[in-house]
Ligand binder design. Structure first.
Ligand SMILES: Nc1ncnc2c1ncn2[C@@H]1O[C@H](COP(=O)(O)OP(=O)(O)OP(=O)(O)O)[C@@H](O)[C@H]1O
Ligand SMILES: [Mg+2]
Length: 350
């Protein structure tokens, strides 16, 4: 695989380096302002975005977003939330969305599992998990050869981000599953057993599970739909964006009717948006028109930093956490978390 040479990091001491105050020194300073007041003061002190200078406007928007987002932590959901990230259209940002939202949540200390359910194994690569053929993987779990805990591996960059890797072996599973008992529920059963096992072992409860799907609607995707309660659909801001979406939604309705009544399309995320083009704006408007409640207000920009992160075995959340792409994914994770909390509150008031 093509790899870019890692960017050299500067030594912490070198001639001319201005010594900064340590975190302890900063924390020891008397401070009469609350965190919220300090954040608001910082935001107000920034100049307003100058639309005549797109680069400056972008920088200002990013700084405002960084300040607003960085100081808040994510709440733990009331129970484990399981998402399937699906769209049978290829290359729309399913894997990128899976790993970056997962990393955004894990970075704030939540326990997050990514199940790579695509023989391409791109999510495993982006999480820095080795996955040559023969690795204990989703394939073995689906075929019932190993319990899920034997396949779970910690990701390369974050200690509370876990991954069940996928190998090319998984491409045979679509056919091998056909003759197996409960073929549509293999992943659901394995995940439920894993969650129970963690509990028995006294391990922390998982807060989020994300299942990355292949670009097809075969048995692998059906297994992901029966294992989850929520579907996250990434939609690329391109011409033909909505093509094939009705087929995906019909399939989800069928699964809901026959195999998993809990399933809902809770989240739609606009990806790879080139905000300078009218097309991106038109697509976003059309998607929001059809799905006003499901579409997140965060929009993921097209960004080189996002696309180069996997070649370092990283998500953009650790590769370049202050880039526009990382901030957009952080905002998407924030909305997804807040909406879950709001849904849980509505539920408890019923
Ligand atoms: N916001 C973005 N900016 C730039 N490049 C992106 C962005 N999101 C994804 N990409 C790149 O686009 C390509 C497709 O993205 P990704 O692999 O996430 O799509 P996918 O839907 O999972 O594809 P597949 O259907 O093959 O599984 C990848 O090379 C990825 O690095
Ligand atoms: Mg993918």
């Amino acid at each position: 695989m093509w790899r870019v040479a890692p960017v050299p990091t500067l030594p912490t001491t070198y001639p001319g380096r201005v010594p900064h105050e340590t975190e302890q020194q900063a924390a020891a300073k008397p401070d009469s302002l609350s965190d919220a007041e300090r954040r608001q003061a910082l935001i107000s002190s920034l100049p307003t975005a100058d639309e005549d200078s797109p680069l400056a406007a972008q920088l200002i928007r990013d700084t405002q977003r960084r300040v607003t987002l960085s100081e808040r932590t994510f709440e733990k959901p009331r129970s484990t939330r399981v998402f399937t990230v699906a769209n049978q259209k290829g290359g729309v940002g399913k894997t990128t969305t899976t790993v970056n939202i997962a990393a955004a949540l894990a970075r704030s200390g939540l326990e997050v599992l990514v199940i790579d359910n695509d023989p391409q194994g791109n999510a495993s690569t982006a999480l820095g998990v080795e996955h040559p053929s023969g690795t204990v993987s989703t394939y073995d779990v689906l075929l019932g050869e190993v319990p899920m805990q034997d396949a779970v591996t910690v990701s390369g960059a974050l200690e509370s981000l876990w991954c069940v890797p996928a190998t090319v072996d998984l491409s045979g599973a679509e056919i091998e599953l056909v003759s197996l008992e409960g073929r549509e529920y293999r992943l659901r059963t394995a995940l439920a057993e894993y969650l129970r096992w963690r509990d028995e072992q006294g391990l922390p409860r998982l807060d989020y599970v994300f299942i990355d799907c292949p670009p097809s609607l075969g048995l692998l995707t059906v297994n992901a739909f029966t294992a989850a309660a929520e579907v996250l659909i990434p939609i690329q801001c391109e011409y033909y964006a909505l093509e094939g979406l009705s087929q995906l939604l019909n399939n989800i309705e069928l699964i809901k009717g026959h195999l998993n009544p809990e399933l809902t399309v809770s989240t739609i995320l606009l990806t790879m948006s080139d905000t300078r083009t009218n097309l991106a704006r038109e697509v976003a408007g059309e998607v929001r028109g059809h799905f006003p409640n499901e579409t997140l207000s965060a929009v993921i920009p097209r960004s080189v930093r996002i696309s180069e992160a996997p070649s370092y075995g990283q998500t953009v959340m650790t590769y370049d956490p202050s880039s526009s792409g990382a901030l957009a994914y952080l905002q998407a994770a924030r909305e997804l978390s807040d909406r879950g909390a709001a849904a849980a509150t509505t539920e408890s008031h019923r």
